[in-house]
Design a protein around this ligand. Structure first.
Ligand code: MOS
Length: 750
């Protein structure tokens, strides 16, 4: 028999909405009172401190290191170099699937990018390790490095992003362009960007025989435990990763890196716990970034402003020894109803650390260029940018004709435009001024992000006191996973969220999948939902077979789980409490488990995306060229909303990162040395409160019967995707200047 609680309307489905309770964060109090401990807050007895020495050249060889001087320094315990680095069980030059990256762990004396680890000093104190590293006095044989478009080597990548197609063609783009009335052809450039989570990459590694405990921020606990197991030649279950909180992830903490692996090696070598917390400067190189892109778009339109062809070509930077390519051009595939679409990528090898997934990989950089190019195409057609997008609205997935699992983008456009006041926008640029004489501009962009689903597992334990413990190895990097996932579990168990204890952040819990790709809530949530259903089903079996239960004999009729009780489906006056059922059965608890993954048949039948529309206002000082984003309105549809408060917060965050991309963030490389000149948070600009005065996020109701049984889509990364273009388009609307290189800077406008 199957209980009916699956997808029950208890916590969700309030009138006129598909949103659940706007609970505050379960971890909020711990965080604001400083009781939430992050990896580097751990101080095991006898802990040593590791400091990596990073290369100061971009290409060449280390010819000497004064290891003796470093070792002679008081407090220094050991210096790891290529000469004494202990072996690893997995070749670090070989990628480790599925998020496989080559890692730099002192393989040899070759240097391929600035800040590549060339040694690691381990000492009794952080000060001694830092001073020891400064005594290493590296000498180099310097070779000329590839640091820009001119010096890098181009290549055709086999894949982009994490296993995405490097080239996708639908129809004949050249024929479509040939028959177009107008062709808009534009080049956009996006800069290298670094994740810059508040919390740096850190690890405290402690070995006990062939078992190791790792306190580290981590977005992919089970995959990482397996990968560390492979590197250190031990079973995955001998690796315990503890990652209760992350001070931001942004993609960089799903990927293994050299400094962390070296620290774990040092701990084993020395037989003592070792701690590493990367200094901010060393976050620029060995732990991933968003690679620079050069994108070319060609948009053919007919006399009515309908696209005849869309060609998106992206050249993206990667390292000289690995091949992660920012999948920018693939953003051209899901959104606009062009009869011919070509999305293609090229790689460029530079002497930089390998890029990786960062805050809407590909979609952020790709939509920055696409949405700005769309604005240019609309202008060329003399059309309002929203009208142009509506004229090219894709009812089914362009190129494949597959239906969308759900798409509520029209409503996002309409509601966002209404709240923003878009209908009052003059078509021409430079038509609006504020009371201070600043130029005012309005722009918009479409937001879109795919809905990946990671296999995940969970366990739900109903206890004799009527409460529950639910467990899954998820990661809360600030998005509110603890809270939203507990809400899903509570619904499945027919309990109030306050009765549900939620355990997470440990790799020895059931695999909660990856906190990435905006897919964590759906992935871990579905596993929790099923585990809860499994526990309820077992409980119902006990009750319906128990002659003392009011539910006796209801096996074929079914029961409903609600508020800690099971009710006969046909007669809700007959019910039994969880506590009574367990008590009569003499059981202390009942455990439900589940594994959940996306049905491949559903995955191939539907195109699955969250959608949104972002409207931006900027003000530009006509004399100084200073740009301020003054107002953002985003309307998003992402299926069922588990917790509207948290989701709104995710949208705010995404939109602010969009402003960051459009106006602030850029790693500036010194072309002579390959060094990043602004490798700190003082000069690598991210928005502060004063940069973003007003942000509004509207939750558009949407039901999705296909994306997963919960109907949940992703909300984490989509906010950035529409915003970048919206801000750039607003800058044009304010000034009449098209800036085709991000971020938009003062010098572009004066
Ligand atoms: Mo994200 S870049 O999918 O962690």
């Amino acid at each position: 028999m199957s209980p009916e609680n699956a997808a029950s309307p208890l916590q969700y489905g309030r009138a006129g909405s598909n949103a659940g309770q706007p609970l505050t964060r379960r971890d909020g109090l711990l965080k604001v009172t400083g009781r939430a401990t992050y990896a580097a807050d751990n101080h095991p007895d006898g802990v040593l401190y590791a400091v990596a020495a990073g290369a100061s050249i971009a290409r060449g060889r280390v010819t000497s290191l004064d290891v003796a001087a470093a070792k002679a320094h008081p407090g220094v315990v050991e210096v790891l170099t290529p000469a004494n680095r202990p072996p690893l069980a997995h070749d670090p030059d070989e990628k480790m699937p599925p998020f496989g990256f080559r890692v730099d762990v002192l393989q040899d004396d070759t240097v391929r990018y600035v800040n590549q680890p060339i040694a690691m000093v381990i000492a009794e104190t952080l000060e001694a390790a830092t001073e020891g590293a400064a005594l290493l006095d590296p000498h180099y044989e310097v070779e000329s490095a590839a640091v820009d478009l001119e010096s890098g080597e181009r290549f055709a990548p086999a894949a982009v992003g994490v296993g995405a197609a490097a080239r996708t063609a639908h129809g004949d783009v050249e024929a479509g362009l040939a028959e177009a009335v107008r062709v808009t052809e534009v080049d956009y450039e996006t800069p290298p960007q670094y994740h810059n989570a508040m919390e740096p990459h850190a690890v405290v590694a402690e070995w006990d025989g062939d078992r190791v405990t790792l306190d580290m921020p981590n977005q992919a606990l089970a995959l990482s435990a397996a990968a560390y197991g492979a590197y250190f030649g031990i079973p995955a279950e001998n690796v315990l990763i503890r990652s209760p909180f992350l001070g931001g992830g942004f993609g960089s903490k799903a990927i293994l890196n050299g400094p962390q692996i070296l620290t774990i090696l040092a701990a084993r070598m020395l037989g003592r716990p070792v701690k590493l917390a990367l200094p901010r400067k060393q976050m620029f190189g060995p732990v991933g970034h968003r690679g620079r892109t050069w994108q070319k778009l060609r948009i053919g339109t007919d006399g009515e402003g309908r696209m005849t062809a869309l060609h998106h070509h992206a050249l993206a930077e990667t390292s000289t020894f690995d091949d992660f390519i920012e999948p920018s051009a693939n953003i051209a595939l899901p959104l606009y109803a062009a009869p011919a679409i070509l999305a293609e990528h090229e790689g460029l090898r530079l002497n930089v650390g390998t890029p990786g997934p960062m805050r809407a990989p590909g979609a952020a950089s790709g939509s920055a260029a696409l949405e700005a190019a769309i604005d240019e195409a609309a202008e060329a057609c003399g059309m309002d940018p929203l009208a142009f997008r509506l004229a090219n609205y894709a009812e089914t997935e362009p190129g494949t004709g597959r239906p969308f699992s759900s798409k509520t983008l029209r409503e996002c456009y309409a509601e966002g435009a209404k709240r923003f006041g878009w209908s009052g926008r003059p078509l021409e640029p430079r038509r609006m001024r504020d009371e201070n004489g600043f130029l005012v501009g309005w722009g918009m962009g479409t937001a879109v992000f795919h809905c990946p689903h990671f296999p995940a597992e969970a366990r739900a334990t109903l206890r004799a006191d009527g409460t529950a413990l639910v467990e899954t190895a998820g990661a809360d990097m600030g998005q509110g996973a603890w809270t939203a996932l507990a809400q899903i579990a509570a619904e499945a168990l027919g309990l109030d969220p306050s009765q549900v204890e939620f355990h997470s952040g440990l790799s020895n819990l059931p695999d909660g999948g990856v906190a990435g790709g905006s897919g964590h809530t759906a992935s871990a949530g579905l596993a929790l939902h099923k585990a809860g259903g499994d526990a309820i089903a077992s409980l119902a079996e006990l009750a319906t077979a128990d002659a003392a239960s009011p539910l006796f004999g209801a096996g074929n009729i079914g029961v409903v789980a609600r508020e800690g009780r099971l009710y006969r489906r046909d007669d809700e006056t007959r019910s039994d409490s969880y506590a009574d059922i367990l008590k009569r059965a003499g059981r202390a608890q009942i455990v439900g488990t589940a594994k959940a993954a996306r049905d491949p048949a559903v995955a191939s039948a539907y195109a699955m995306f969250s959608h949104g529309a972002v409207f931006a206002e900027v003000k530009v000082d006509p004399d100084l060229g200073q740009v301020r984003a003054t107002r953002l309105v985003g309307a998003f549809a992402a299926g069922r909303i588990i917790n509207p408060r948290l989701v709104q917060s995710q949208y705010y965050g995404g939109m602010i990162w969009g402003v960051s991309f459009a106006l602030h963030e850029e790693a500036v490389t010194d072309r002579r040395t390959g060094r990043i000149m602004n490798a700190d948070l003082a000069e690598y600009h991210v928005p502060v409160n004063a940069d973003v005065p007003s942000v509004e996020a509207i939750l558009i109701p949407e039901e999705d019967a296909h994306v997963n049984p919960l109907g949940v889509k992703g909300v984490g990364e989509i906010g950035i995707t529409g915003t970048v273009g919206a801000v750039a388009n607003a800058v044009w609307h304010a000034t009449g200047v098209r800036v085709r290189r991000f971020p938009v800077r003062i010098e572009d406008l004066v």
